[in-house]
Ligand binder design. Structure first.
Ligand code: GLC
Ligand code: CA
Length: 514
């Protein structure tokens, strides 16, 4: 059996740079701060890190609105700081992935600044520009993820432009080969600097179609969920019918894969969602396209019961068993933290937060494919739901507060030492989001030194994981079984069959060779 590629079994630690470590006392995390904490990450035993965007940006969506893909945002440091970071990561045996946003850029990007001026400038076709309908309305019924229409009027051109997120995040026109070429140049720029892979943001929202754009169909299955964000009009539509996940996107996947292959051992992991995410994932990971897609099944905002967890895992595994072409995650910078979110559906009280978090970490790192662990999961941090509305930062949360708190709840700064000012995150008077007092009892360096901590247990587990052929040498697993409170499956390689049992009654994982 051929050896697996590194990314097929990788445990990837996700860093939200604004909230990791501040090195210059401005209350904002930065690249030198991350470099200073790499030993802590390496000590956990993960294989790679993924850093959310740190490129030049007006920070309207905290870096997911890029105004220069090949430079560093001032608050985060310089290209030299990045070179130091990657050199130190590689010295420690950590691969480094960065977060490229190919679907849209900032309205401050020079590409958009030029494009919006007129209908005949050199960048006139770099975005999706469309004339109004005869009655003046927008070209289609498409809505933005963050609320409101996906089309905004530009007086200079007397046209609408498309944005699937904020109006300040115009969608790039991937039907234009110059756009694809500009983005593959970005890929080369960072591969030349030594990065090992990309997390590709929101690839389902790339649009390579040409006008006339079609209306989205209504979603006949729409039922407003219990959470305010699930009641948004956005969810009344079927998106894969027109707005998202269109076949033309795959020109992008193929172009990026071509560049990655020129550099060898690289990893392209696409963030992807849609009406039928499994189907879309298969399309994105067909030969010659992305290596893997980032699977949303375990990220459900309201958490999942044991039965729902089983279904979520089975659904993804059914499509990808025998391959490493998917990435599982329980937490990221966009959803409430799993240690909190998963308590209620599993019928557990807060006193079980640590044991549950450790169990979830073990479960996800025993599934096929790679895993993304979000900063603070190794510390069983709870979600922070008491941020005062006037200190909220997330534009999505601000739009819908107080009914919906947005994504600040999982983005508060890391804390390192319970006794240090701001938990050791920063020596500034104020930090960009408040420090979560509740996190201080599990501050990172304190926990790394404490034998009974989740950090210590997870790092021991990751060491053990590396010694198990069934987990490291094949991406094969059996169907799921177990009682109503258990998830049981076998991981299978030529050398070993390992029965993995995750018990949500006792909150323990057990393993047995069979
Ligand atoms: C992705 C990111 C999210 C961002 C959005 C727009 O979903 O994870 O944080 O707001 O794309 O770029
Ligand atoms: Ca700083």
């Amino acid at each position: 059996m051929a050896d697996l590629q590194w990314w097929e079994t990788a445990v990837i630690y996700q860093i939200y740079p604004r909230s990791y470590q501040d090195s210059n006392s401005d209350g904002i995390g930065d690249l030198p701060g991350i470099t200073s904490r790499l030993d802590y990450i390496a000590g956990l035993g993960v294989d790679a890190i993924w850093i959310s965007p740190f490129f030049k940006s007006p920070q309207k969506d905290f870096g997911y609105d890029v105004s220069d893909y090949c430079d560093i945002h001032d608050e985060y440091g310089t290209l030299e700081d990045f070179d130091d970071l990657i050199a130190r990561a590689h010295e420690l045996g950590l691969r480094l992935m960065i977060d490229i946003v190919p679907a849209h850029c900032s309205d401050q990007h020079i590409w958009f600044q030029e494009s919006r001026q007129s209908r005949d400038n050199p960048k006139a076709d770099w975005f999706h520009w469309v004339d109004p309908m005869p009655d003046g309305s927008a070209p289609t019924n498409w809505l933005s993820f963050f609320g409101g229409r996906a089309w905004t009027w530009e007086p200079l051109r007397q046209q609408y432009y498309l944005h699937n997120f904020l109006a300040s995040q115009p969608n790039l026109n991937h039907a234009n080969p110059d756009v694809r070429a500009a983005l593959t140049d970005v890929a080369r720029f960072w591969f030349d600097r030594g990065v090992d892979g990309f997390r590709l943001d929101a690839v389902h929202t790339i649009n390579g179609d040409v006008a006339p754009y079609q209306d989205n169909l209504a979603n006949p299955k729409f039922e407003p969920g219990p959470l305010p964000q699930q009641q948004q009009p956005f969810f009344r539509q079927l998106h894969d019918s027109a707005q998202l996940n269109q076949p033309a996107i795959q020109k992008f996947s193929e172009a990026f894969r071509g560049v990655a292959d020129e550099y060898g051992d690289k990893f392209l992991m696409g963030e992807l969602h849609g009406d039928d995410p499994v189907l879309a994932s298969q399309t994105f990971t067909a030969p010659g396209r992305l290596h893997a897609t980032y699977n949303f099944n375990l990220l459900a905002w309201a958490g999942l019961t044991v039965d729902e967890l089983k279904n979520a895992i089975s659904d993804a595994v059914a499509a990808f068993n025998g391959t490493g072409r998917l990435t599982f995650a329980f937490s990221n910078h966009d959803v409430p933290r799993s240690g909190t979110r998963q308590l209620a559906p599993l019928g557990l009280g807060q006193e079980h937060q640590e044991a549950l978090q450790l169990l979830l970490l073990k479960l996800e790192t025993c599934l096929i494919g790679s895993t993304c662990v979000y900063q603070g999961e190794e510390l069983a941090f709870e979600d922070v739901q008491d941020i005062p509305v006037d200190q909220m930062q997330d534009p999505w949360g601000i739009e819908f507060a107080p009914a919906f708190l947005g994504r600040d709840t999982c983005r508060t700064p890391m804390v390192w030492k319970a006794t240090a000012p701001n938990g050791g995150f920063s020596s500034a008077n104020t930090t960009w989001l408040p420090i979560a007092k509740g996190h201080l009892k599990r501050a990172a360096l304190d926990e790394a030194a404490r034998p009974a901590s989740v950090y210590t247990a997870f790092s021991e587990f990751l060491k053990w994981r590396k010694t198990q052929p069934a987990l490291m040498q094949a991406n094969q697993m059996s169907d799921l079984s177990g009682t109503a409170k258990q998830i049981v499956f076998d991981r299978i390689s030529e050398q070993q069959t390992l029965r993995c049992c995750f018990d949500f009654e006792t909150l323990t994982a057990s393993f047995e060779e069979v």
